[in-house]
Write a protein that binds this ligand. Structure first.
Ligand SMILES: Nc1nc2c(ncn2[C@@H]2O[C@H](COP(=O)(O)OP(=O)(O)OP(=O)(O)O)[C@@H](O)[C@H]2O)c(=O)[nH]1
Ligand SMILES: [Mg+2]
Length: 418
């Protein structure tokens, strides 16, 4: 029998919504909070359609309320018709996926994906709201649509998980419909999905076998611990309706491949319906939180430092190239290659645009034979010759000639200066 809904609490009121302007810019991409600051853990609830994510969210919410630690809740499923909990931020307040379907001429799946893509463009504001509440909550729960491909290949899934995970400790709860995975083939395909999400997000992972009130998950644990038991189940039950079992050898080898994957995650059995397994689930979340801090966070900081170093190097290289293009070799930061004036001073110290004083460049231009006329008459004669030439080639009239500035966009050219 399902527990009654959690008592209303202040944090359950849908407070600030993503559609409202953020008061401050987000710190998405900032370093995770340092020691001493309280950090909630974000639980991303992902799973196939109908696996029970939304019902589980309600159960998590009610369990955490009973422990006096109400969570902060995000709903990222634009198509949910009945939401049994109150979300603090709900994608449906920002995007109407049916409107998206009409405007982009899409079916339901495309509509949901596009709605999420549109919402992703606002995700920095969403994170801003979450971060503001970070000091007051222990858990941030995120419900997601059953279109699991969002997290296996769509850009928005990757942007969302990366943005959250670089801002707060994040773990993935991968929900499995246990009664529907009793066949070895379905079990294997579900595990392959889970595996691809694990490797895509590289976040601490919890396999959540839901609906254990209908089917206990012991068989799944056995298959994960001992591949021979999985092979035995395949031999016994892996035949299709025609008695064929040619899939078996493929799945038999897959289970060996997945052994490594099984070792790197934790599995719990829960029931959103009866509330069974909640304590074990949150113990697994706390354990995964620790793994985030020991494994994921240092890696995140290393990647961030590497990215910043690369950006700094690219900036120096661009500056160097710009100075070279302007005819000023020896730009950039290298002091040894910078020319000095006759007085032995580094001219870049006073001239931010390059090592040579402007007059030097003008002198160099006038010293060029082609640009130099002995008299004003000679200059006028050259000008008239040029204009006659232009009259003979009206198509080359200066106003019509377009110039490109060397970019990749050939359609982006500019009128020649007159
Ligand atoms: N028996 C049983 N039924 C469950 C349990 N959890 C969810 N259900 C049922 O499974 C169905 C799907 O549940 P949802 O929570 O809507 O599943 P979902 O994963 O959010 O579905 P999508 O949002 O469409 O992907 C509902 O009929 C639930 O009542 C459970 O633990 N036990
Ligand atoms: Mg749902």
């Amino acid at each position: 029998m399902a527990d009654t809904a959690a008592p209303p609490a202040p944090s359950q009121q849908p407070t600030p919504q993503a559609s409202q302007p953020a008061e401050s810019s987000t710190s998405a991409g900032k370093a995770p909070a340092g020691a001493g600051e309280k950090e909630p853990v974000v639980v991303l609830v992902i799973g196939m359609a109908g696996s029970g994510k939304t019902t589980l969210m309600q159960r998590f919410n009610s369990y955490l309320h009973s422990k006096d630690t109400p969570p902060y809740i995000l709903n990222l499923d634009p198509a949910v018709s009945h939401m049994p909990y109150a979300a603090n931020i709900d994608i449906r307040d920002t995007v109407d996926y049916k409107e998206v379907m009409t405007q982009y001429n899409l079916g339901p799946n495309g509509g949901i994906m596009t709605a999420l893509n549109l919402f992703t463009t606002k995700f920095d504001q969403v994170l801003g709201f979450v971060e503001k509440r970070a000091q007051d909550v222990d858990y941030v729960l995120v419900d997601t649509p059953g279109q699991i491909e969002i997290f296996t290949w769509s850009a928005s899934g990757a942007i969302i998980t990366d943005a959250i995970a670089s801002s707060l400790p994040t773990v993935v709860a991968y929900v499995i419909d246990t009664p529907r995975t009793t066949s070895p083939a379905t079990f294997m395909s579900n595990m392959l999905y889970a595996c691809s999400i694990l490797y895509k997000t590289r976040l601490p992972f919890i396999l959540v076998f839901n609906k254990v009130d209908v089917e206990p998950h012991d068989f799944a644990l056995e298959w994960m611990e001992d591949f021979e038991k999985f092979q035995a189940a395949l031999a016994e039950r892996g035949r299709d309706e025609n008695g064929e079992n040619y899939m078996n050898s493929l799945m038999g080898s897959m289970c060996l491949v997945l052994e490594e994957f099984y070792n790197s995650l934790r599995a719990v059995g829960v029931s959103a319906m009866t509330g069974q397994g909640m304590k074990e689930f949150f113990a697994a979340v706390d354990d995964a939180h620790k793994e985030y801090n020991t494994d994921y966070k240092p890696e995140l900081e290393r990647v961030r430092a590497e990215r910043e170093a690369k950006a700094e190097a690219a900036k120096d290289a661009n500056l160097e190239r710009m100075l070279r293009d302007m005819g000023m070799s020896g730009g950039g930061k290298s002091a040894s290659s910078a020319p000095t004036t006759s007085a032995g001073e580094d001219p870049t110290a006073t001239n931010p645009f390059g090592p040579f004083p402007r007059n030097d460049r003008e002198d160099a231009y006038l010293d060029n034979e082609d640009n130099h006329y002995d008299s004003e008459d000679e200059r006028i004669e050259a000008q008239m010759e040029f204009e006659e030439e232009a009259d003979d080639h009206p198509e080359l009239d200066a106003q019509d000639v377009e110039v490109s500035f060397g970019g990749n966009r050939s359609d982006l050219s500019f009128p020649a200066p007159q």
